[in-house]
Every structure is written in C-alpha cells, then in structure tokens.
Design a protein around this ligand. Structure first.
Ligand SMILES: NC(=O)c1ccc[n+]([C@@H]2O[C@H](COP(=O)([O-])OP(=O)(O)OC[C@H]3O[C@@H](n4cnc5c(N)ncnc54)[C@H](O)[C@@H]3O)[C@@H](O)[C@H]2O)c1
Length: 332
C-alpha cells in the first residue's frame, strides 16, 4: 500500500473519493479539495480532526484554490467531476466546464508542483455505445451525435484522457488513467441524479417499484466499491502503471431487469413489489440514447496491477442495502 506520500484527492468527499481517503489516511498525509456539490462532509467527518488530514472546501474551477490545495503535494488523485446521467441531460454545460476546465486547472498545478503521479478517474462511458463486450482499453469509442447531451460526459472524460497523454508526452507528467466501470456501494448518490443501484434500493426500501428505463434488457457489470478502491491503490503503487490506462471493473454481467429482481429478492420484496418500466423519453426528455451492453475486459489490470475483483454482485448488494437501510433516514 502506498505510504509516506502527501496526497491530494479532488472530489474526496464524494462516493469513491471518500472511500479512497479512508484507506489512504492510514499511511499518508491526505488533502481533500471538494466543493460539496454532490459530496458530503459526513463521509469524511471522522478524519477532520486528524493531523494528517486537511479539507479544503472549494472548486477545481478556482485556480487559486487549486494552487493552495496542491502545495507540497506528491500525488494527485483526480476524482472531482460532475457525474450522473440525469446531470448530463439537465445541465450539460456544468458537466463540460467542470470536467474539462477543472481538470485542466488541476493538471497545470500538478505540472507546476512536479508531482510524482497524476491519477485520473475516468470511466467506461468513454466506450459509448460500443457493445462488443468485454471492452478492452484499446476498444473503439462509439458515440452518438453531439446534439445528444448524453454523450457530453463521455466526451469530457475522453478529452481529459487525451489531455493527460499530451502532458505526459510533451511535458513528462507522470500519469495513470483508470476507467471505472459502474461502481456501487455505501455513500453513492441516491437522488434521481444518482446511479441505478442506489436509486433502486431507495425506491424499494420506501415501498416503491424500481423504475426501469427502456425494456430493461440493457446489461452492465457493476464494481463494488472495495474492489474499485483496491484497483486504485494497486495502480498508485505500481511503477508500470505510469503512462497507462486500465479498466477497473467486474466481469459479472447482469440485465437491469435482473438487477431490479435481485434487489427485490434481497430486500424480501420479490412477491410484494413489481418493477415498473418507463420510456427514456418520459424520464430524460428528448434525445436520450442508452448503451445496451457494458462489461469490462480486465486482463490488463489483472496482469500488470494484479487486480482481482473479489465481491460478487449479490454480496456487494447485500452490504449496500444494509448501509442504505441504516443511513437513508440521514442522507436520503
Ligand atoms: N460512480 C461511478 O460508477 C463512476 C464510474 C466511472 C467513473 N467515475 C468517476 O469517478 C469519480 C468520482 O465519482 P463518484 O461516483 O464518487 O461521484 P461523486 O459525485 O460522489 O463524487 C464527485 C465529487 O466531486 C465533487 N465535485 C464536483 N464538482 C466539483 C468542483 N467543481 N470542484 C471540487 N469538487 C467537485 C463533488 O462534490 C463530489 O464530492 C468521477 O470523476 C467520476 O467521473 C465514477
């Protein structure tokens, strides 16, 4: 495990960032820069009084704050971004500006401070509509037209990746890119702007049917948060990860219909609640396109990082459901 470093986690009060901080804080100095737009101070509250922890509330769009947050930093883990499909549809401008200009500010600061590593949290969304699963790091990106807002997030993250490769090539910035595949677990945003698993769990725990967009035959491979954190920590440790992209995912593929039924079963609601289907148009308005299959090829991460996802979907869902049962009244 990485140790003795001075690490900045942007977006460190968010779902993934806060879990990373929980691990990194054991053996490193950790600074979190987060504007709390979707993150929650509660997720890092246990660290606030620790000597090796610093929280800076502010935006990656503010160069002065970024400069302050990167003082004496050796390693940057860039998790801050506007995330969540409904956000891409409702406020594409915020997604585009934060995920590109914000990233550029952090990269420029990284260069100025001569950091040892800049790790970017990228996404399986960069593969767009490519259904040739499992998707490997050099699979093609297949996207819809630019007037479909849905693809703006994918494009911003791909641009971030291009930006990092360019800085690596032209300025020698040491970079690593991780493409996370559909993470889930405690602390993930459960509002309509969040992700499918917490939204289904929240609805089911409140006695409502899970709302499936489209026919529900679209598939995903979901990655439990502890596996994603271990993949990230492995990438931070390994010298061979510099200049490389890795898929961090789980090969278990499930349809969204199957996912809804599994959560109903695990919450003892299979005979009480029936899933409801809705059209994409009804939920997102005009101009939405979905991706029909998305599963990671993780051979590269296995080989180079020694990454191996350990938590099967059913087990991860049980843990996640327990967390939401205990915490929904607080963070609902
Ligand atoms: N959750 C997933 O399934 C998933 C999949 C692939 C990639 N990712 C990537 O992982 C990263 C973390 O995602 P997450 O799921 O934890 O989402 P999240 O929304 O919980 O975390 C993002 C964090 O960034 C912060 N933030 C947003 N705008 C900011 C700004 N302008 N300045 C400072 N902080 C800002 C938010 O407050 C939040 O704490 C993102 O970069 C996302 O693109 C997530």
């Amino acid at each position: 495990m990485i140790s003795g470093k001075n690490i900045l986690v942007t977006g460190g009060a968010g779902f993934i960032g806060s879990h990373l901080v929980d691990s990194l804080i054991e053996k490193n100095e950790v600074t979190v820069l987060d504007n709390l737009s979707s993150g929650n101070i509660q997720y890092i509250k246990d660290h606030l009084r620790k000597k090796n922890f610093k929280f800076i509330e502010g935006s990656i769009l503010d160069k002065k704050i970024v400069d302050k947050a990167t003082k004496d930093i050796n390693v940057i883990i860039h998790e801050a971004a506007v995330v969540g499909v409904k956000k891409y549809m409702d406020n594409p401008l915020k997604v585009i500006l934060t995920n590109t200009l914000g990233t550029h500010n952090v990269v420029e600061a990284a260069l100025k401070k001569h950091v040892e590593l800049f790790l970017l949290a990228s996404t399986s969304e960069v593969y767009g509509k490519n259904v040739n699963v499992p998707l490997s790091e050099d699979s093609d990106r297949i996207l819809g037209p630019t007037n479909i807002f849905r693809w703006c997030y994918s494009t911003t993250k791909a641009l971030d990746e291009h930006m990092l490769f360019a800085y690596h090539h032209q300025n020698g910035l040491p970079i690593t890119i991780l493409r996370y595949f559909n993470a889930y677990g405690p602390r993930q945003e459960s509002s309509d702007y969040g992700a499918v698993i917490p939204i289904f769990i929240k609805r089911i725990l409140s006695g409502k049917p899970p709302l499936i967009h489209g026919d529900g035959k679209q598939t995903r491979g979901f990655t439990y948060i502890t596996d994603l954190v271990s993949g990230t920590l492995l990438a931070l440790e390994k010298e061979q990860s510099i200049g490389e992209i890795f898929n961090i995912g789980n090969e278990e593929e499930i349809t969204i219909n199957g996912l809804a039924n599994l959560i109903l079963e695990l919450t003892d609601n299979l005979n009480k609640i029936k899933p409801k289907h809705t059209s994409y148009k009804e939920f997102y308005g005009d101009g939405y396109e979905d991706t029909l299959r998305r599963v990671a090829d993780i051979r590269k991460a296995r080989k180079i990082l020694n990454y191996e996802p350990k938590i099967p979907l059913k087990e991860g869902l049980k843990k996640t459901i327990e967390w939401y049962k205990a915490n929904l009244p607080i963070f609902g």
